[in-house]
Design a protein around this ligand. Structure first.
Ligand SMILES: Nc1ncnc2c1ncn2[C@@H]1O[C@H](COP(=O)(O)OP(=O)(O)OP(=O)(O)O)[C@@H](O)[C@H]1O
Length: 256
């Protein structure tokens, strides 16, 4: 059953499953036995990175997606942004979605920063006229004036982030997805990004943030969703979700 998206809803994730294949190197003998037995079992193992995850996010909500390494956070963000397709269930979003998921993913390395503003802006749904209008503001926010005509393959990771972040916020998205990327920016730029993210939240935009910086997400987000081994184990006020994750992390340390 697919949940109908309502006016005040920004994101509906309905019972999604995402599987990946775990590859093992097999000996020739194992492959021969497998062929002779009529290929009965799968030669590679599949595992569920997300297992029956459902989530309902209202417009204007600020959600932190929390969890230990490998719990499925980035996979969920990629499914919401449409970069990945689920193996089961469905994802629906309302309004323009801008995802800062892999820095510079939409950039073409042999093109200049200027050309990439037009390319990336178009990928994110802006018209050419819109991009032209916002071009100066994009470059100004990114603070990379002198490098705007340099090919982006010569950019540092911080410069990539600056340009990617600036383009994304200028698309004026309804839903903004951010994955652990602010880490590559220097402190002044991080502060600027956080101020911008808070401004978007204050304007009623929907935010979905993945970060291991728990203090940071606690200041930006109100709601915390905790993922463990591909399942949601907690969904509530961010302070409670952060406290729970810290408790679990401390438990893991004691156990090891
Ligand atoms: N393309 C892929 N192919 C195979 N396995 C994958 C792929 N992408 C993710 N995985 C696996 O899915 C699981 C969840 O990964 P994911 O990146 O979503 O975790 P995460 O919670 O974002 O982790 P981290 O905190 O380390 O960034 C991991 O076991 C990862 O190895």
């Amino acid at each position: 059953m697919t949940v109908q998206i309502r006016d005040e809803t920004a994101i509906v994730v309905d019972s999604i499953v995402k599987e990946f294949v775990l590859r093992h190197s097999r000996s020739l003998k194992e492959v021969l036995v497998w062929l002779l037995r009529g290929r009965k079992k799968e030669l590679s193992n599949r595992f569920k990175a997300l297992d029956n995850v459902s989530l309902h996010v209202a417009q204007g909500e600020t959600v932190a997606l929390l969890g230990l390494n490998g719990s499925g956070k980035s996979t969920l963000l990629k499914l919401i942004s449409g970069v990945l397709q689920p193996d089961g269930g469905s994802v629906q979003t309302r309004g323009r979605v801008a995802g800062l998921i892999e820095v510079g993913a939409g950039f073409h390395h042999d093109l200049s920063g200027r050309d990439n503003v037009f390319l990336n802006g178009a990928i994110l749904g802006m018209t050419e006229v819109e991009i032209k209008e916002k071009f100066d503001s994009i470059v100004e926010f990114a603070e990379i004036h002198e490098f705007i005509d340099t090919e982006v393959k010569f950019y540092s990771s911080g410069m990539y982030l600056r340009l990617a972040f600036s383009i994304a916020v200028h698309t004026d998205p309804e839903i903004f997805l951010i994955d652990e990327i602010l880490a590559v920016g220097d402190e002044p730029f991080q502060r600027k990004c956080i101020a911008k993210i808070k401004e978007l939240a204050a304007r009623g935009k929907t935010l979905f943030v993945v970060s291991h910086d728990l203090d940071l997400v606690a200041t930006v987000c109100e709601r915390g969703v905790l993922l463990e081994h591909g399942e949601i184990t907690m969904d509530g006020p961010v302070a409670e979700a952060v406290a729970e994750l810290r408790r679990r992390s401390a438990g893991d340390d004691e156990a090891s």
